[in-house]
Design a protein around this ligand. Sequence first.
Ligand code: ZN
Ligand code: ZN
Length: 296
Amino acid sequence: MSETLKLAAGSLLVGIAVLGLKVLAWWMTGSVALLSDALESTVNLATAFAALVAIRVAARPADSTHNFGHHKAEYFSAVLEGVMIIVAALFIMREAYEGFLAPRALDAPVEGLLVNLVATAVNAGWAWMLVRRGTALKSPALVADGKHLWTDVLTSAGVAIGVLLALVTGWWILDPLMAAMVAVNILWSGSRVVKASLSGLMDESVPEETLQKIRDIIASEADGAVEAHDLKTRHAGRATFVEFHLVVPAEMTVFDAHEICDRVEAAVARAVPNTRVTIHVEPEHKSKHTGIIVLD
Ligand code: ZN
Ligand code: ZN
């Protein structure tokens, strides 16, 4: 098992443990704010699950029934989880609304807060671990996961302070108020998860700077060709797919045209990792002279 996989599985286990502790804290106190904090952990569970799917399923090589690979498995799980997160946020909002109409004192607030504190400490420790190992392993995904977990630790701290304040002042309305704020935050992050995954499922093209890089490479590596046009890109998970038409002199041999293609493919693959390039070769009279990459 690779260390990346171990860390991804670890995130899932830590996420489940933290969720369990936070649900316990809610159950002990009846605090809507602590419930919202617990449900926020589902966001981390979702991310951890998607990361695990990405490593296990999405990284599987292409096979006879999935000729282009399995990259989209990652998006599929993320959309599913994102929708669950949004449902969780709506659930909290309903609970907060009820609490708002009829604020009530919490049961065992001190004990509940202590359990919640343990869960937050576990999260903080794991976040620190992810950032440290992610940096060492040069994995931007792990570092991003760790940093995201840090923001959750901050939210949890905010929630705990809110509940503590409610306890000290007796303003129990602070509890549903805090929960509503967390719910809005969850809604926002959940919709971002869904949006990012949907654009991947919709075959979004590569970012403009990557596209420009690909254009420049074609222009500089395709010596001997006349022009390139109909450049199309899409990305799926870690994979990028590039295709375009390459116009060559009509009398050029297949051998020479293929030579150019191999050269361009290799250069693009060097510049943009995990790229598959497909080139359609055409004779000169197919020139478009519009939307083309001009070659000298
Ligand atoms: Zn063409
Ligand atoms: Zn070939």
